[in-house]
Design a protein around this ligand. Structure first.
Ligand code: RIB
Ligand code: CA
Length: 307
């Protein structure tokens, strides 16, 4: 059983990752969710995360994370994810409230209290994780693993030619995370852009039994597909869900152990992630290839169980 803390900037692909984690409850236990600024401002990502958690009957606590990056000015991705960060689904008034208290302090205390047990998954900017690593030296040694979506190593970025959004939104945080020494598995654009949503997947979801998640998936993917088609001319990639598929079945991917550095001083290359030579000693491994059919089988196994 993988006990996980999910740090998210819910967003369309974050929502699929959260749904898969909730559906695969035989293998993954969501211990808590932390909504951070990223695709949209934190108030929006928190609202989106709470709405989704209630709709999917996720009883884990939802905390507010950071509202801005460590150093740079805040950037968001409203051009892709819409004004509220999760355009498409409409949610009724909800009961679920955010957990009071600081999500970063809660996560540090929870990880330290469960040494070697907790995997920290970050699929938005890595700001919260960087603050945790810097706030308490007991945090890093107590972590089982860090699993990340972000970066573009041997692939152009998606915000600038050099940088992918999650790293671009907080390069100083990304640098801290890449230097943590904690066993880390990274899903960068190098592998996530090999895993695109397809029309046949959408048709298969349409044929599923009606459920709240089916409505949420179809309405959110209608918006997200139109948005990505307009900006990139292709179907949306399953960036964030790669992290959850890895936790459920690591054999869906192949990996390369490479030290990753982050450019924090460059102008044009600000937020670029550079991979060193293959080195089995590197605590960081990155996804390289993905078996799309096995990913989608896992997706349907998960979402068929959702309310
Ligand atoms: O570059 C892709 C990443 O940026 C994903 O996590 C997506 O949700 C956005 O946050
Ligand atoms: Ca995200």
């Amino acid at each position: 059983m993988r006990r996980v803390i999910l740090d998210v900037d819910t967003g369309h692909d974050d929502a699929i990752a959260i749904a898969m984690a909730a559906g695969l409850k035989d293998r993954i236990r969501i211990e808590g969710l932390i909504a951070t600024a990223g695709n949209q401002v934190r108030e929006n990502t928190l609202e989106n995360t709470l709405n989704l958690a209630e709709a999917l009957e996720i009883d884990a606590p939802v905390f507010a994370g950071s509202s801005s990056p460590l150093l740079r000015d805040r950037v968001t991705a409203g051009n892709i994810h819409g004004k509220n960060g999760f355009e498409g689904p409409v949610f009724p008034p909800r009961q679920k409230q955010q957990c009071q208290g600081n999500g970063i302090r809660w996560a540090i205390d929870h990880v330290i209290a469960n040494p070697g047990e907790i995997t920290f998954v970050s699929v938005g900017p890595w700001t919260d994780l960087a603050v945790m690593l810097k706030s308490d030296e007991r945090f890093a040694p107590a972590l089982k693993e860090i699993v990340l979506m972000g970066g573009a190593v041997d692939h152009p970025g998606n915000v600038t030619e050099s940088a992918e959004f999650n790293v671009f939104a907080d390069p100083e945080a990304a640098e801290i995370v890449m230097k943590s020494g904690v066993p880390t598995t990274l899903f960068s654009l190098d592998v996530t852009l090999k895993l695109l949503l397809t029309d046949s997947v959408i048709e298969k979801v349409k044929k599923m039994e009606n459920s709240r998640y089916k409505e949420i998936f179809l309405s959110s993917m209608a918006f997200y597909t139109a948005s990505i088609m307009k900006s990139n001319g292709e179907m949306p990639a399953m960036h964030d869900p790669c992290t959850i598929a890895y936790l459920a079945d690591p054999s869906i991917f192949t990996y390369s152990h490479r030290p990753i550095t982050v450019e924090t001083k460059g102008g044009y290359t600000y937020g670029k992630t550079t991979g060193g030579k293959e080195n089995p000693q590197s605590p960081v491994k990155m996804g390289v290839e993905v078996d799309n059919d096995r990913f989608w089988s896992l997706f349907f196994e998960a979402v068929r169980r959702l309310p």
